[in-house]
Design a binder for this molecule. Sequence first.
Ligand SMILES: Nc1ncnc2c1ncn2[C@@H]1O[C@H](COP(=O)(O)OP(=O)(O)O)[C@@H](O)[C@H]1O
Ligand SMILES: C[C@@](O)(CCOP(=O)(O)O)CC(=O)O
Ligand SMILES: [Mg+2]
Length: 444
Amino acid sequence: MHSFAYRENALFTFSVTTLAFICAIASFSDNFSNQTPSAQMEVSLTLNITARLAVTIYLEHKAEEMEVKARAPGKIILAGEHAVVHGSTAVAAAIDLYTYVTLRLPLQSAAENNDRLTLQLKDLSLEFSWSVSRLKEVIPCDSSTSSPASCSGETLKSIAVLVEEQNIPEEKIWLSSGISTFLWLYTSIRGFSPATVIITTELPYGSGLGSSAAFCVALTSALIASSISDKTHREGWSSLDETNLELLNKWAFEGEKIIHGKPSGIDNTVSAYGNMIKFCSGEITRLQSNMPLRMLITNTKVGRNTKALVSGVSERTVRHPDAMKSVFNAVDSISKELAAIIQSKDENSVTEKEESIKELMEINQGLLQSMGVSHSSIDTVIRTTLKHKLTSKLTGAGGGGCVLTLLPTVVSGTVVDKVVEELESSGFQCFTASIGGNGAEICF
Ligand SMILES: Nc1ncnc2c1ncn2[C@@H]1O[C@H](COP(=O)(O)OP(=O)(O)O)[C@@H](O)[C@H]1O
Ligand SMILES: C[C@@](O)(CCOP(=O)(O)O)CC(=O)O
Ligand SMILES: [Mg+2]
């Protein structure tokens, strides 16, 4: 339906432009040679621009497809990972590293000749493709629904068959859950229709910076945007309205369930809404930071899998429910205190606030250790930064992945350079990212 609207629009603009073009030729041709050279030049320029416009619109129409782009950011968790899955409070912030999705939908006539759903993962030079009839044959039809619903075990099994057929290279087998999620979200939101979906990302995969959530949020944003009726072209990125944000966040959470098993929802929420949030059992409080917050991010490059780490903590909780309850309670207090410090407008100097944050990060890291999600590579980062009196904690699921190091305002660039040099000489990769930026955005 919306594809038609787009085509009619293009045809209308094309006709008007062509008419203007013909009128211009008619009115100028008779007396063109009688004009001064500068007037002749002006006429030629007008005709040239009009002709170019007409050709561009004609080509756009001939392309016979509609394109929607979306992007969603990764995140850091300042306090509360894992415990948040068990009902504790956590604090997270969006970072300025994004996953981008381009959705190309063929218009009606072109769709008749193209019956494929294609997924291109550009950074990995991988392409996966299914005929729409194959998708219809394998995925139960009731999976297409207008409101967010969970993927049933039966549907997930059927989708796994479609993923297996793609013969993913063994060294990239970790992508399987992402591709299953793609098929589930696409067919649930857009049904069984052809398209090409192109994905690129600035986030490292499986490193604690929320690549899975950014992927689910960006994909869902593009899918939802494709059915928004007002597709007036706007320059640059624009955010979605509250209703669509809420809808896409619910869908992205369902996607995260396929990848994480039992996600808390904090990653998709911060990726969708951006900024800095306090999150507890689905309840979101947007935080307004009243102090500078600089973090160094170190990627240990030790691969790990969030699903396995989350289920490891759950198993430990089943074995030692009382002890783990106390651990989760302690994390809850840390996150609440951290959120209060960040937002506080009182006279305490920035240095005092930074000292408190440092200590809270240290306690949080100790508790993450007791949940069994740290790693020797994380310990190496912690030891290296501590030599320079800097405090670090893991971020995300742990087990390797990324580590955050607080960079207080008094710390000089020379010290930071030294720490980075030392960390990188151990084979780690360091970078800084701006904290608390925009959430999901779309572009037509
Ligand atoms: N751009 C992407 N394309 C396809 N799958 C992705 C993409 N980004 C993330 N994923 C999926 O998410 C998984 C990583 O998620 P996870 O283990 O939660 O770590 P993190 O979210 O910290 O990066 C990958 O193994 C893959 O299945
Ligand atoms: C461990 C956890 O708290 C965060 C996982 O983040 P990531 O997938 O490692 O980026 C899990 C969750 O909250 O869903
Ligand atoms: Mg994840």
